[in-house]
Design a protein around this ligand. Structure first.
Ligand SMILES: [Zn+2]
Length: 463
């Protein structure tokens, strides 16, 4: 099944200027807003030019909203007439990842060409995530053109460095916190993976994920020291041996799988479509079969990461220079992706007890999982309702977001922080293009995303 086969109600908003939206996305792609961790390498004039372009392209937003530059990030605030309603926040980021040197020649159209050909808009940012930034602007401009101001306030936050360090998002959040702003809901990029639910026991049912939280990230450094010397006398063992033991012990003493609220809600939603036993029976009575369900999920490549903190040994320092020399100081790194119930503190306690005294453990970096958003919130209900209006035959399930986004920093400002880019491009095209080569989006998927955002904004803010 192609994602585009699910598109329905494509005739909504016939007076919305889709051609203009496409042209504006083409123009936005042409600004080379590549951000580098070493900010000395970043050409900020490209960001300034993008800001000027947005202001001139969306005159009603320029007139009615407050535009504020924080660093090179952009915060736009359109006040609502009803101050008792918390505003909504629509997010995207302005920056794009660089084009890998040497791959330019593999692009059918230049990575910053913004070309429109064969029904596609081509270039960096077409899928990640200038299409969302432009679609959000188009939706608001269109709704303002109807002559009304929103009842619920609408904010837009466009960070400058989501792909590197999210300092822009942190600065915006600091400003919003100072002003005491809270949001009814927040929508940022993310999730949107469409798959057949075969592994859930529901073959033929197509699910699409809405990101409601992000897993944590941690790098554990394991250090070992030994005397070294000639390998003919390994009486006290070697540091490489100690590391190997510790890696084995730690990866075999992981905390047990856990059922999350998202997973529970997804199973309940899918239960009527699950045809395969025994999941069919289990999903109808989750409380009595939690262990069996967790075992089922833990044993499948596409599902285990939903219920478990994962451990991947990724680095080890070079050992001795020759086969007959015992190494002295060595270290290794295990990378973890944490589910919300496993905090770095609890993991460290567990691993220290398991690994014993022959090695020392320390976090190189550690970020807990984010706070899962409220599945009963108004924003989530409205988003799913809107998605069901535009995508036929897809079951939208709450899930963890695969990667990290700027959205995580806004979790203190709302109990509903959703990650979902409503641009359901075909999977092979997304996979090739996002952070890769030939990034592009079909005009059809882009226009459908514009409709989703317009309807969501209309139903929740222009009420
Ligand atoms: Zn992105």
């Amino acid at each position: 099944m192609k994602n585009a086969d699910c598109f329905i109600n494509e005739k909504d908003y016939p007076d919305l200027k889709y051609d203009r939206a496409v042209r504006n996305l083409q123009s936005a792609i042409r600004f080379r807003t590549v951000n580098h961790l070493d900010t000395g390498l970043t050409d900020y004039s490209q960001f300034d030019a993008l800001h000027a372009f947005l202001r001139s392209s969306y005159p009603l937003l320029a007139l009615n909203a407050r535009w504020e530059k924080i660093g090179h990030s952009l915060l736009i605030c359109l006040n609502g007439s009803d101050e008792t309603l918390l505003p909504a926040l629509f997010m995207a980021h302005q920056d794009v990842v660089p084009v890998v040197e040497g791959t330019e020649k593999n692009w059918v159209h230049g990575p910053f060409s913004g070309d429109l050909e064969d029904g596609f808009i081509w270039g960096r940012g077409a899928m990640d995530i200038k299409q969302m930034l432009i679609a959000e602007m188009e939706s608001a401009e269109y709704l303002l053109s109807k002559g009304c101001l929103p009842r619920r306030g609408i904010y837009f936050a466009f960070g400058e460095d989501e792909e590197t360090c999210s300092r822009g998002a942190m600065a915006i959040v600091e400003r919003l916190e100072k002003e005491g702003v809270r949001f009814e809901y927040v929508l940022d990029e993310g999730a949107g993976d469409v798959t057949d639910a075969e592994d859930w026991g529901a073959p033929g049912t197509h699910i699409c994920t809405v990101g409601m939280y992000e897993k944590g990230y941690a790098d554990l450094k394991i250090s070992a020291s030994s005397r070294g010397g000639h390998s003919s006398n390994p009486f006290y063992g070697t540091s490489l041996g100690a590391l190997a033991d510790a890696i084995h012990t730690i990866t075999h003493s992981m905390p047990p799988a856990r059922m999350s609220d998202s997973l529970c809600a997804s199973l309940k939603l899918l239960a009527p479509s699950i045809t395969q036993s025994p999941m069919r029976e289990w999903a109808r009575d989750i409380g009595s079969h939690e262990n069996e369900i967790l075992q089922w999920f833990s044993g499948r490549e596409s599902l285990y990461h939903l219920v478990k903190t994962t451990a991947a040994p990724t680095m080890i320092s070079p050992g001795a220079p020759a086969g007959n020399v015992m190494p002295q100081d060595m270290w290794a790194v295990i990378n973890f992706r944490l589910i919300p119930s496993d905090t770095p503190e609890r993991l460290m306690e567990r691993f220290s007890a398991a690994a014993g005294k022959s090695v020392s453990l320390s976090w190189q970096q550690q970020i807990s999982a984010s706070v899962p958003s409220d599945l009963n919130s108004y924003g989530y209900g409205e988003l799913v309702g809107t998605l069901e209006h535009y995508f036929d035959g897809l079951r939208f399930i709450p899930a963890q977001n695969k990667g990290a986004t700027d959205a995580r920093h806004y979790e203190g400002l709302s109990r509903c922080v959703m990650r979902f880019g409503p641009f359901l491009e075909e999977e092979d095209i997304s996979r090739e293009g996002i952070h890769g080569t030939n990034e592009r989006i079909s005009v059809r998927a882009f226009a459908q995303g514009v409709r989703v955002l317009t309807r969501l904004m209309e139903r929740t803010c222009f009420i």
